[in-house]
Write a protein that binds this ligand. Structure first.
Ligand SMILES: [Zn+2]
Ligand SMILES: [Zn+2]
Ligand SMILES: [Zn+2]
Length: 353
């Protein structure tokens, strides 16, 4: 046990054998308008649990992960929740009382055999996320991860790198895995190029679909996806561990715009964390959903509706816009997603690899 914590977390296990979840007590403080989530109202599919009793109570931050796993460190779209300037119900109250479970999208990888950790995406919330991730590592007081993989140059996915620089942590040689255009972008723009010249980070150039071997049992494969690529290309990642593998695609255009078939890609893995920025056109004043360059949850559910239950069960929706009703665990839309056999990403849930 390494860490004494200030906030106590209640951890309970889903019946899904490889998942663990922690839900903060703080949610009881959420506002009425966002439908506060207390532990009691957390939506659990009754078919997934043997009883409604929480099976295990632990203080989250003292928990170490003893098996190689992915951990969800954030679930929200780039601009966060509450989102700047938002006057709508979705963010009402959150400016005064933030919900600690609303962090910008990021996945952590814990290599339990080699005592290493890696981040996927460097979000603006990276400071808290890296603290959480490194605390999960066994027998270690490290504050820095052993590598960071970037998906693309949109604000929610790389600007956390600023905390590695001189004004903040002043990291030494943190490996940063990037695609060629992303590398060019960092090298040719401040303040990012200063991280490189000062050796806060060391760049490793990725190649589309070429595996990076992190250990004899862990590989990471970048996969190009179509997205609004002004500054860099965009990749998702396939992450393979000792026993299982995962697909992480936080941002992508409509599934049909991809030269790969998402259904085939889901088949190759055990878990799929997929772009779910918007639930439906309702959030966008009923604009034509074809105009919005993300697969809406309702479109994805339609696309995946004929998949067998075990394939659907692999899919965890992530990267939620502040307006997305599934952020609220007790919303009708959350229930619809669960009833259709899919999952919604929650912070602090771990998936064993
Ligand atoms: Zn994004
Ligand atoms: Zn909002
Ligand atoms: Zn993006």
């Amino acid at each position: 046990m390494k860490q004494i914590i200030l906030i106590s977390f209640i951890l309970f296990l889903f019946s899904c054998e490889n998942e663990k979840s922690a839900v903060s007590n703080d949610k009881k403080d959420s506002t009425e308008t966002t439908k506060p989530v207390s532990v009691d109202s957390f939506y659990i599919d009754e078919s997934e649990v043997n009883s409604n009793e929480y099976k295990e109570f632990k203080e989250w931050a003292t928990e170490e992960i003893t098996k190689t796993s992915l951990v969800i460190l954030g679930t929200i779209q780039d601009a966060g929740s509450p989102q700047i300037g938002c006057k709508k119900e979705c963010c009402k109250g959150l400016f005064q009382k933030p919900d600690v479970t609303r962090q910008v999208v990021s996945l952590g990888l814990v290599d339990a055999e080699n005592n290493k950790t890696y981040l996927f995406d460097a979000s603006p919330d990276m400071g808290k996320q890296m603290k959480k991730l490194t605390r999960l590592e066994q027998n270690s007081d490290k504050e820095l991860v052993d590598g960071i993989f970037l998906t693309h140059a949109h604000i929610g996915h790389y600007t956390g790198l600023m905390f590695l620089g001189k004004e903040a942590m002043d990291a030494k040689n943190t490996p940063l895995y990037v695609m060629p255009k992303m590398k060019e972008f960092l090298l040719s723009n401040g303040p990012w190029n200063q991280l490189i010249t000062r050796k806060n980070v060391v760049l490793y150039e990725l190649e589309n679909e070429k595996p990076v071997q992190l250990s004899d049992k862990i590989t990471v494969i970048p996969i190009l996806v179509p997205h609004r690529d002004e500054f860099s290309e965009t990749v998702g990642y396939r992450i393979t561990g000792p026993n299982k593998s995962a697909l992480y695609i936080p941002d992508i255009d409509k599934w049909e715009k991809w030269d790969k078939d998402i259904i085939v890609e889901i088949k190759k893995v055990d878990y799929a964390f997929l772009d779910a920025t918007f639930y439906s056109g309702k959030e966008l004043n009923n604009r034509d959903i074809n105009e919005i360059p993300h697969p809406f949850i309702i479109e994805s559910m339609e696309k995946f509706k004929d998949l067998p239950a075990e394939e659907k069960n692999k899919i965890t929706f992530i990267h939620f816009n502040h307006t997305n009703p599934v952020i609220n665990y007790s919303s009708e839309e959350t229930k619809v997603v669960h009833d259709n056999g899919f999952k919604i990403a929650h912070m602090d849930v771990a998936f064993e690899l």
